[in-house]
Structure formats: C-alpha cells, structure tokens
Write a protein that binds this ligand. Structure first.
Ligand SMILES: CC(C)(COP(=O)(O)OP(=O)(O)OC[C@H]1O[C@@H](n2cnc3c(N)ncnc32)[C@H](O)[C@@H]1OP(=O)(O)O)[C@@H](O)C(=O)NCCC(=O)NCCS
Length: 218
C-alpha cells in the first residue's frame, strides 16, 4: 500500500501479532463483547495499524473509535482509512494540514460473478473493461477502487455514494484510476467544494488487489 500513496501519508500493514493485539477502551466499546472472532481480529488489526500510522506521523497513538455506521473516528487533525481482507490489513493516516482525505482498500484477486458485476459496474465501465489486457480480474480492481473512492468521499461529504454514482476509468499501464462522481451527488453535497473527481492508484500482486487515493487540500 505504501507505494500507492504520497510520502505525507503514513501506512501501516498488519504483522501476524497485530491481529491479536490490544484494543483501547474506547475501541473495545465499539466492537462490543459479542463480536465473532474473525470480526474481532479484523477490527483489532485495523486499530493497531491505525495507531502505528499515527505514531509514524509523530502524533499521539490515541484510540480510533467507530461511528454507528462503522466509519472510523480519527482524532482532530488526522485523516485516514482502514482496510482488511483475508490475511491482509492496513491503515493509512495523514495530517489534515497535508491532505483533505485518504482512502485505501484491499481485496483478494478473484473472479466476480455476474450479479456483483451488475451491482458494481456501470454498463460503460463493463464495456471498457472488456478492452483491457487479460490475466487480471478487472471487475475486482474497479470494485476495490470504488470502495476506496467511498472512503475518500464519505469523511469529507458525509453522504452515501452508490457504486453507480462513480464512473471509473483505469489506465492499466500507469496503474491509475479516475473516478467521476455523478453530478447529482456532487450538487446535493452539503459541503464547500465537494470533490467531483477522485484519482488514485492500484496494484495487483501477491493475490491481492490494492487501491488507494487521496484528496488534496482545497
Ligand atoms: C464501507 C465499505 C466501503 C467498507 O469496505 P469493505 O470492503 O466492506 O471493507 P474494508 O475492510 O476494505 O473496509 C472496512 C473499513 O472501512 C471503514 N469504514 C466503514 N465505513 C466507512 C465510511 N463510511 N467511511 C470511511 N471508512 C469507513 C472502517 O474502518 C472499516 O473497518 P472497521 O469496521 O474494522 O473499522 C463498504 O462496506 C461499503 O459500505 N460499500 C458501499 C459504499 C461504496 O463503496 N460505494 C461505492 C462508491 S463509488
């Protein structure tokens, strides 16, 4: 994930011990006592990585609780994102004086069935993916990129974004993507200068698709 983000972003990738690491009290309260073990491991690895990323920025490694909708609540002055998938977890954090928002996502590199494709891809995206080189499951790259876009968008705008609310184009040689947000969502956004375009990077390696994007300061 590190190579997908600018140097102002601190990135922590979970080591084996991080999945069974310590949660702070405020984090434990969000997870609850009844979380199944897999959820506990994912949540714990994400929080351990989040605090390590903040420490790498020279900031206090304070708790990162979760809102009711599961969005992480970063301390004032910090923007960040968390992702986990089978066997992989990472967190990214930056000072809010350097970036407006950051998003990251990781998915297992896999085929995506027709139902998921319809949910995630616009017809024009499906068409453009058919022209890309074979050997990569491009729908899962777009799926991951759209989740990254959502993680960039939501902390800034605070509103929902459906998979069909962003039109993505990929540059497979450069390893970049550009998301154009539906005009209706941008116009409805209740913030100054809502992003209409979000650009990011992707990589497919080691059985994983990783995507990341940042929103620069206005
Ligand atoms: C929120 C969402 C993007 C998470 O993605 P995911 O692949 O399910 O899971 P990941 O492991 O990559 O990410 C999970 C982390 O996302 C973070 N997250 C959850 N809701 C979030 C939000 N509203 N904003 C930012 N981050 C959020 C959390 O840190 C969560 O981990 P945690 O619960 O352990 O803290 C996804 O569940 C979702 O709701 N997607 C629909 C919206 C969307 O993607 N639209 C596409 C717009 S183009």
């Amino acid at each position: 994930m590190r190579d997908l983000l600018p140097p102002t972003v601190a990135v922590a990738v979970a080591a084996p011990d991080d999945w069974t690491g310590e949660l702070l009290t405020a984090e434990q309260a969000c997870l609850g006592e009844r979380a199944v073990q897999a959820r506990r491991r994912d949540f714990t690895a994400g929080r351990v990585c989040a605090r390590r990323a903040m420490a790498d920025l020279g900031l206090p490694a304070v708790a990162v609780p979760a809102a009711a909708d599961r969005a992480p609540i970063w301390p004032a002055g910090v923007v960040g994102a968390i992702t986990h998938t089978t066997g992989y977890c990472a967190a990214a954090a930056a000072r809010a004086t350097d970036l407006r928002s950051v998003g990251i996502d990781a998915e297992r590199h896999r085929e995506v069935n027709a139902g998921v494709r319809r949910l995630v891809l616009l017809p024009e995206e499906e068409e453009s993916l058919a022209r890309l080189p074979s050997g990569i499951s491009w729908p899962v790259v777009l799926f991951s990129a759209k989740e990254t876009v959502y993680k960039v968008w939501h902390p800034v705008v605070g509103s929902w974004l459906d998979f069909h609310d962003a039109h993505l184009t990929l540059d497979p040689d450069a390893g970049t993507f550009t998301a154009r947000i539906a005009a209706a969502r941008v116009e409805a956004a209740d913030v100054d200068d809502p992003p209409s375009t979000i650009t990011g990077r992707f990589v497919v390696a080691d059985g994983l698709v990783r995507t990341a994007a940042v929103l620069p300061l206005r």
